[in-house]
Design a protein around this ligand. Structure first.
Ligand SMILES: Nc1ncnc2c1ncn2[C@@H]1O[C@H](COP(=O)(O)OP(=O)(O)OP(=O)(O)O)[C@@H](O)[C@H]1O
Length: 586
């Protein structure tokens, strides 16, 4: 265990970012008066040890010390509290409260997108934190899911914003003189990308990107290089996903305005999001629905946005690309404050939070942790042993929330298997077949959107013109059943089993009365006719007539034979009659 100053002992790494490594650490003794939180011996804390490149830069050390009071006074239920700053030789460290839970980037990657309601409520809490810091004159400037830690309090999800001040440190002339990029490309506001003056509106833009990512699984702007992404922030309009309900889209669209003056203040954003969450919820009243539909009126901009002090100018997009000879980057992976030495694997889909297929995960925010270490295989949250069968309580809570919003599945039912229509049928012995599996889950995802088990059918989506909307309160509520949808997306067409060909109409039977033996009699008559015709042909066409020497026709000959046979029969009858009489006469 490595000591940090005289008061802390580093125990194990929790994760590594672009600016340093975060450690689980233990307090050795009570901190001095300069610390915001004195702490108790034995208490567990998190310590971010800044990279040597930062710690060895005198400009950064000076800034770090000047920022001390700002960082230590930022307290809010949704901000990870900085307890102490340690400057010792070449070591620069922030002592923070330890948050036992995953960061939002990792959570999204492992669990997929949130429902619109959950995303709105979670982002509202982040907006609360931003509003508090903006009031204090502090702009975060690097808002992204990796900087939101998910803390569990009493079974509830509690987002905690962290890394306040780090972007400010990174923005010191010692780093920016190299024209390197400060921020994370996928979340950077257009004015930051262009090097224009920045205000607290950059955080609102970041919140809009984060909100978009929460409901869709990925940020709105992506690309193969940082330059491409920055250009999209400057000129492209975000594409609206079909699963985002109107009121929520209004909020996202306002946050993502290119003009910072048109974005709402963080405070108004938080308020607006709560109104939206109520109005698109399952039990929304008509008043709440109406309020959500008018959310645009609540999203007034900040009349006096907090400026970013003496920002020396952010990235020049044309300067970003040369930093990475491959043109590849990981916009969601880390704040780009230092030369990219990382691998270019992020090029393919650097922002996806979804389980990657195949190659290395380009979105990893943490380096792979060896088995046995916290976060590594075989470890549960917070370093406790765990596994897939031992989900974090966060996950249970979210899953339950998603399950509650699950949409009734419409499935194709073969009319022959419809118990209401099926007629009794004669049982025919058939080989046993496995029970037919009803198609489950969503249809296969597009590559890059691979989060099949988490992408829940959304309750809210763009109203479909062909389905007239009915006010929610008019519909029957059925407890314990999936709720009818107010903004239901059209059900994805289920794969239809091949339809059976209609049977050809049955031939009418020639023996509708089913007289016994009639079929046999028919066969006999038919055989007699065939024999008669065949005999006639043989008689007329073969030399048989001459051999027998009669010269008669077929019919005459037959009549003769018939007469002869009946004569024989008559004779036989006569003989037996006379023979019987003589016997009787004897
Ligand atoms: N206070 C904390 N408590 C518990 N874990 C933390 C805390 N702060 C950070 N971590 C963990 O450490 C990881 C790395 O944090 P860090 O802030 O360095 O990463 P990052 O935000 O991805 O990087 P950067 O912002 O520097 O680009 C986080 O993803 C989180 O898992």
């Amino acid at each position: 265990m490595r000591p940090v100053g005289s008061k802390y002992l580093l125990e194990e790494p929790l994760g590594r970012g672009a600016t340093g490594t975060v450690w689980r650490a233990r307090q050795r003794e009570t901190a001095g008066a300069e610390a915001a939180v004195a702490g108790q011996p034995g208490e567990t804390v998190a310590i971010k040890v800044l990279k040597e490149e930062l710690a060895s830069d005198p400009d950064i050390v000076m800034r770090f010390l000047r920022e001390r009071s700002v960082l230590l006074r930022l307290t809010h239920p949704n901000i990870v509290r900085v307890r102490d700053l340690v400057v010792e030789g070449e070591l620069l460290a922030l002592v923070m409260d330890l948050v036992d839970g995953p960061d939002l980037h990792r959570y999204l990657r492992e669990n997929g997108p949130f429902t619109p309601v959950a995303a709105a409520l979670l982002t509202a809490q982040i907006a609360d934190a931003l509003a508090a810091s903006h009031t204090d004159g502090v702009v975060h400037r690097d808002l992204k899911p990796a900087n939101v830690l998910l803390k569990q309090t009493g079974g509830e999800m509690h987002p905690m914003l962290t890394d306040f001040g780090i972007a400010r440190l990174a923005d010191s002339p010692g780093l920016t003189r190299t024209h390197e990029f400060v921020g994370t490309p996928a979340y950077v506001a257009p004015e930051s990308a262009e090097g224009r003056p920045q205000t607290s509106a950059v955080d609102v833009y970041g919140a809009g990107i984060l909100l978009y990512e929460l409901v869709t699984g990925r940020p709105p702007f992506g690309g193969g290089s940082a330059l491409e992404v920055l250009h999209q922030h400057l000129s492209a309009e975000p594409r609206r996903p079909s699963t985002v309900p109107d009121p929520l889209w209004t909020v996202i669209e306002r946050c993502l305005r290119k003009n910072p003056d048109e974005r709402p203040s963080a405070e108004n954003l938080a308020r607006g999001l709560r109104v939206v969450a109520e109005g698109i919820g399952v039990h929304a009243s008509s008043a709440q629905i109406g309020a959500a539909e008018n959310v645009g009126a609540l999203l007034a901009p900040d009349p006096a946005p907090a400026p970013v002090p003496d920002a020396p100018g952010a990235a020049d997009p044309t300067q970003v690309l040369p930093q990475n000879p491959n043109g590849a980057y990981d916009p969601n992976g880390a704040t780009s404050v230092l030369p990219h030495t990382g691998n270019p694997a992020g090029a393919a889909d650097p922002t996806a939070v979804l389980p990657s297929r195949g190659a290395a995960d380009p979105t990893a925010v943490m380096p792979p942790v060896p088995s046995g270490q916290p976060g590594g295989p075989g470890q549960g949250q917070g370093g406790q042993p765990g596994g897939p069968e031992d989900p974090h309580p966060w996950q249970n809570q979210l899953r339950a929330a998603r399950d509650r919003n699950e949409q009734t599945q419409v499935q194709y039912l073969d009319p022959n298997e419809d118990p209401l229509r099926r007629r009794p049928q004669r049982q025919v012995a058939r080989p046993q077949q496995p029970p037919r599996q009803a198609p489950q889950g969503p249809p296969p995802q597009q590559p890059g959107y691979g989060y099949p088990q988490q992408q829940q059918p959304q309750r809210y989506a763009t109203p479909q013109p062909q389905q007239p909307q009915q006010p929610q309160h008019q519909r029957p509520q059925q407890p314990q059943r999936p709720q009818p949808q107010r903004y239901a997306p059209p059900p994805t067409p289920e794969p239809q089993p091949p339809r059976r060909e209609p049977r050809p109409p049955r031939q009418r039977s020639a023996n509708p009365m089913r007289i016994p033996g009639l079929g046999c009699l028919k066969g006999c008559l038919f055989t007699v006719v065939i024999l008669f015709v065949a005999g006639w042909l043989v008689w007329e066409l073969s030399p048989l007539q001459e051999w027998i020497g009669t010269g008669k026709g077929y019919w005459d000959q037959l009549s003769d034979w018939f007469g002869t046979v009946t004569g024989w029969i008559g004779d036989l009858g006569g003989d037996s009659g006379s023979g019987g009489g003589s016997t009787g006469g004897n």
